[in-house]
Design a binder for this molecule. Structure first.
Ligand code: SF4
Length: 319
């Protein structure tokens, strides 16, 4: 649920980095940031991670305020896990095309058609969808979680059809898929990727499972954002074609400064491989959110409690 606040005119300090550090101490705040954030935000974060790492971190923090530099469903997850803490999202418009591709009323009708199915939902969904799910998963643990479900238990997998297809391929389970997708991960061009492979014959293609099957079949390695980051450090190759949101390349370059990371090109001459929602957050907005303690994430308690159960199941099943 969005909390609206009157626009507040606050002057920006000259040194945003030290002003944010001061506010962090003053508020006893923790800054959690996703790998797809701008490099400045990544550098100031207390914890940087993908959806699984961020939700684990949100579950453990003893800070009074969580500043979530990511998108709305991620901050919502932090609130579900921390009802008594103030959770701030620098820009409330930072949504997610994948979460939006699964409207709760339509999903409720879909689910009603399969009454004996267990619902496993990818964490990239709204609190309302989480509340209708039995278990949440991330791209890092989806295969592990599906493998723990008894073989005779039918499953609905929502909302990402590409991750769902990848999990079916990895586990051999015949799941019913909700047909949602991420606008960023469906933007990569197979043709341009093949051209890049010809141009850089020694490069390994590393891809996120939210990408389409036609793109994934060219990948040498498929994994969650954190798995891709770990893989490029371990691999003895020197160059990588990175098929996911290019924000992660900042961490790849820091972790392996001598290696080359080539962002996979989108279909058009645009920057549409960058998540427009993630990029709404800026260092300025992050400072203002901490200074004014808005915008705050709030949720109806009944939704929060219903959404908490499948998240806790995920956390227990991924250790
Ligand atoms: S990259 Fe895709 S799934 Fe991730 S936040 Fe952006 S729109 Fe959502």
């Amino acid at each position: 649920m969005f909390t609206t606040a009157a626009p507040v005119k606050t002057a920006l300090p000259r040194d945003l980095f030290s002003a944010i550090a001061d506010l962090k101490r003053e508020l006893n705040a923790v800054i959690l940031a996703h790998y797809y954030q701008d490099p400045d935000i990544q550098d100031i974060a207390d914890y940087l991670g993908d959806s699984l790492g961020l939700s684990q971190q949100a579950a453990q923090t003893d800070a009074d305020v969580i500043v979530f530099a990511g998108v709305h469903f991620m901050a919502e997850t932090a609130k579900i896990l921390n009802p008594d803490k103030l959770v701030l999202l620098p820009d409330l418009n930072a949504g997610c095309s994948l979460a939006d591709s699964c409207p709760p009323d339509e999903f409720a009708k879909f689910k009603a058609k399969y009454p004996d199915h267990l619902v496993i939902s990818y964490i990239n969904c709204t609190a309302d969808i989480k509340a209708m799910s039995d278990i949440i998963c991330t791209s890092a643990n989806a295969v592990k979680i599906v493998n723990q479900i008894p073989a005779d238990q039918p499953i609905i997998f929502a909302p990402d059809r590409n991750l769902g297809k990848y999990v079916i391929e990895q586990t051999g389970r015949d799941m019913v898929l909700w047909q949602g997708s991420c606008m960023v991960h469906e933007t990569f061009s197979e043709k341009k990727m093949v051209q890049l492979k010809i141009q850089y014959p020694d490069a390994e293609v590393i891809a996120h499972p939210e990408c389409e099957e036609v793109v994934l079949r060219h990948a040498d390695y498929i994994g969650s954002t954190t798995a891709l980051l770990n893989y490029c450090q371990k691999s003895d190759r020197q160059s990588f074609i990175v098929v996911t949101e290019p924000g992660i390349i900042h961490q790849m370059q820091k972790a392996a400064p001598d290696k080359q990371f080539i962002p996979a090109p989108p279909l058009n001459q645009c920057a549409c491989n960058e998540c427009p929602h993630m990029r709404l957050n800026t260092l300025e907005k992050l400072y203002l959110a901490m200074k004014t303690k808005t915008p705050e994430i709030t949720l109806p308690e009944s939704t929060r409690i219903a959404a908490l159960r499948p998240i806790q199941k995920m956390l227990a099943m991924s250790v």
